[in-house]
Structure formats: C-alpha cells, structure tokens
Write a protein that binds this ligand. Structure first.
Ligand code: SF4
Length: 389
C-alpha cells in the first residue's frame, strides 16, 4: 500500500492538525491552540532533505574504507559510497546516516494498525518511517520510500527531542517506527526512544529483524514493544524473496522474547510463496517452543504490490486454515490481518473462549477484561499484554 492508501491520519493532515492544535485521535484529550515545532518542520520538508549525522556500528578499514556492522550484509563501503540500504554513507572515511531526524512518513495511527493488539490497545500512536531498507522483498508494501534513497523522498526535519515534544504536547502516549525498516535508521530510533522513555512516552518498532546481535540487543533495551515479521519459514524463501537470512531473524526473535520489550509477530502470507501448511505449522511450533503460547501472532493478508503485482491477494480460506493450524499447535492469540471486520480481529480468552476485547477494524471495545488485573472477567485467566483503560 502507498502511504496515502493506508488508513490513519496522513502526514500532511497530521502536521496540519498539529499546527492548528485540533488533532483529535480517538480518545486523545487534545485541543490545544498553539502552533508548534511541527509546522516549522513541515516548512523544511523537501526532497533531498537528508542528514549527515555520525553513524554507529561499523569498523574502519584500510584506505578509509568502512565495514558496516549493523546488519548481516556487512557492506564494505568505499569513500563516497553507501551500503545496500542506501542510507548509510562513507564520507571520506567518516560513516554517516542520511536519515537521522528525517522521516519520509509521519502519521497519526491507531495502535492496532502496527499491528500491536496487546500493547496500549485502543490508543493512538505517532507513526514514523524513513527512507531505505536492508531487505529486498519482492512484495514490499512500502516500496515508495523503503526501496528509495532519502534524496528521492519528501522528508520532514523532526529530530528526536522534537518528536517527543510533539507527542507530549498533543497527549499521544507512544511513538512507532514502522512503514520501512527501523534498523537502518537505528541511531534515530535509539535516540528518540531514550528521550521518549525519559519523558514517560513509549516507543515501538515494527521490524524484519535482519540485524546483527549487538544492535538488536540495543534496540530491545531501548524500546517498549516490538513487532517482528516472520516472513516465512524456509531458508529459500528468505534468500530468494526477502533477501535476508532466516537463522538471523529467528535468533533475533529469541533476543526480543528474552528482553523486557513486549513482543508480537506478523506473518504476511503470499499465495504460492509462503502459504504451505506444513511450513507454517513448523513456524508455529518453533514460536511455541522458543517464545511461548502468549505471543500474539498476526497472520496477514497479502495484496499485490511492487514486483509481485501479478500474484493475487491471499484467499481468505487460506488464512482461516492457517489460523486454525496456529491454534491447534497451541498458540493462544492468533489474528488475521488486513481483514477489517472479521471476527478473527478480536481477542478471545484462551481458557473459557469469551471475547475479551472486541475489534471491528480500528474500533476497540473492552468486553470482558479487568483492566486492574488484566484478567478475563469470566474465568480469571490473565490475558497477556499491557492494557490501558
Ligand atoms: S545496514 Fe545498510 S550499510 Fe549496513 S550492512 Fe546493512 S545494508 Fe549494508
């Protein structure tokens, strides 16, 4: 989907509403009349608005070459060149990031769009995405900026302190780095998350977790919630369709699961590519064994995009069969994504089966969840997650 196709409040709308002080997202107690820094940021927005901020996670080599240590590609970059992600450059021996404080997408989104269903459910979040990605997914859903260099996208100037100031000003409880790959903008994500935590604001990321161990641990320690894409469960799919390493992603899921950050998983099902039931069952069994039954799993519907425009949308029956498999394996919370209005969007108590949180699209209603104890009001089972009134 393009940025403008995606439901939620668009960047221009968000900036305009912030500037007019009339942003009203769901239950947010907003209504301020002050025009703030975002308007100034919007005025600076332009194609080619990039940063030259020192990057982290690298090793200097001879002849001013640099080896990037952020992701398993380990790009070896000569002066004047960039790595495959297109946002990290060797400037005469100095390694810099071109996307620090330069989001190409800014939206006021429902938390459920993340998707995050068990973390601050029913609230809204400021969603940011920068240009660039270290993967090459043939079905990229955000190719308009994920598969572009930052010089080719229309970027705002929104440094970490300003992001936090704006969400505080308008009473938004969280910031989510999504749409493209937060890993390649790690310096921006880490600094924003640290400033946010100091201000009592939560930070979330949605990532494919194609990342080396140390930066992955740093991300997990800095943010409050993570959604990791499990794009498939064969090495061949990861290599041929995604341009990543399955083994690295699985190790990073384990790192995230062992951290204090809340974890959810997403599996986008592409017909004919990763919809094999045996492979999906193996993935669910791995999740059960390595993460546990309470991690929410979002099984999402694919729509034709980017280089797989010739592949039809995932049949609904395929998704429903996979959801049954996940439940049969023993996972407690399995949702179908991109299926607005389907009963599979709601949360059901794994013990007594009652609907505890009802979802219809982005409308969220608490039906049977005790928000003081996080327990099902019928049988008393604790429903995993971080819930708010
Ligand atoms: S983060 Fe970018 S520059 Fe670094 S190794 Fe990965 S693709 Fe290459």
């Amino acid at each position: 989907m393009t940025e403008s196709d995606q439901p939620g409040l668009g960047r221009r709308e968000f900036l305009g509403l912030c500037a007019r002080g009339c942003l009203a997202l769901g239950l947010m107690p907003l209504g301020l009349r002050d025009s703030g820094g975002l308007l100034a940021g919007a005025a600076q927005a332009k194609v080619g608005n990039v940063s030259n901020v020192p990057a982290r996670y690298f090793k200097p080599l001879a002849a001013r070459e640099i080896k990037c240590l952020l992701c398993p590609r380990h790009c070896q970059i000569r002066p004047g060149e960039r790595g495959l992600c297109g946002v990290r450059e060797n400037v005469d021996g100095v390694y810099v990031t071109k996307v620090y404080g330069k989001p190409a997408a800014i939206k006021g989104d429902p938390m459920e769009k993340g998707p995050f269903f068990h973390f601050l459910a029913g609230t809204n979040t400021l969603a940011l995405g920068t240009a660039g990605c270290n993967l090459t997914c043939l079905y990229c859903q955000s190719w308009q900026f994920a598969q572009r260099r930052p010089e080719q996208t229309d970027n705002e100037s929104l440094p970490p302190d300003e992001v936090v100031a704006q969400v505080q000003k308008y009473g938004i409880p969280s910031i989510t780095f999504t749409y493209s790959e937060p890993v390649v903008a790690i310096e921006y994500v880490l600094d924003t998350a640290r400033a946010a935590r100091a201000a009592g604001v939560k930070t979330l990321i949605h990532t494919a977790a194609a990342c080396n161990e140390q930066p992955m641990r740093d991300l997990c320690n800095a943010v409050d919630a993570i959604n990791i894409d499990l794009k498939g469960f064969t090495d061949k799919f990861y290599q041929d369709v995604v341009g990543s390493l399955r083994t690295v992603v699985l190790e990073n899921v384990k790192i995230a699961a062992a951290s204090s950050a809340w974890l959810e998983l997403t599996a986008l099902i592409v017909p004919g590519y990763n919809d094999d039931q045996a492979s999906f069952r193996a993935m669910c069994e791995w999740v059960l064994e390595n993460v546990g039954p309470d991690v929410p799993l979002h099984v999402s519907r694919f729509f034709p995009e980017y280089r797989l425009r010739n592949v039809p949308a995932t049949p609904i029956d395929t998704l429903k069969e996979l959801r049954k498999i996940a439940f049969n394996v023993g996972l407690h919370y399995v949702y179908l994504g991109n299926m607005a209005g389907d009963p599979s969007e709601s949360t059901y108590c794994p013990k007594c089966g009652i609907k505890v949180v009802k979802r219809v699209g982005y409308q969220v209603t608490n039906e049977a969840l005790d928000l003081r104890t996080y327990r099902c009001t019928k049988c008393g089972l604790k429903i995993a997650g971080y819930w708010v009134a």
